[in-house]
Design a protein around this ligand. Structure first.
Ligand SMILES: [Zn+2]
Length: 163
């Protein structure tokens, strides 16, 4: 069964979120995402139910399956990239990381619901743990380049004379 990915945003971006979503889904075991019918990518999720406790708009929302309809996930680009400069989209890894964080969190809700039922207390923790696990799986190859960049910068700054 294939997940339908709908791009319902108007703002233009230099990356394809449909392709990106498919790429991020491809590393998840099929059985974990079974039961998700649609992933809908929008500009903004409007309405008071999409506000977090801190009053910010949420980047994503998971919808339980309902009356014969499969589960759905909505992702809001304006919230995912809030405060980030547009130049970020030319660094695909960073743009991808921000998007993946929200997508994997919402998929975490789906997995928790399909394996444990709805347990309000720990659902955010569960979704965040799943997110961290999947981000590590997706971005593991970048750990080494990032460490190398870090070491080079450290050496560079340690050689620079103090002013
Ligand atoms: Zn959540």
């Amino acid at each position: 069964m294939n997940i339908i990915i709908k791009e319902e945003y108007r703002q233009s971006y230099p990356i394809s979120f449909e392709k990106l979503t498919r790429k991020l889904l491809s590393i998840i075991p099929k059985k974990e995402i079974a039961g998700i019918g649609e992933i809908i990518i929008v500009d903004t999720l409007y309405g008071s139910k999409y506000l977090t406790k801190k009053g910010k708009r949420t980047g994503g929302q998971y919808y339980f399956k309902n009356k014969g309809e499969l589960a759905k996930i909505k992702l809001s680009l304006s919230a995912i990239y809030r405060g980030m400069p547009r130049i970020l989209f030319y660094f695909p890894l960073i743009a991808e990381f921000a998007f993946a964080s929200v997508l994997y969190h919402e998929i975490g809700h789906h997995i928790q619901y399909s394996t444990h039922g709805i347990k309000k207390e720990n659902e955010e923790d569960f979704a965040d743990k799943y997110k961290t696990k999947m981000l590590a799986k997706r971005f593991i190859f970048w750990i080494i380049p990032l460490i190398i960049i870090y070491i080079i910068l450290k050496i560079y700054y340690s050689l620079k004379p103090d002013k």
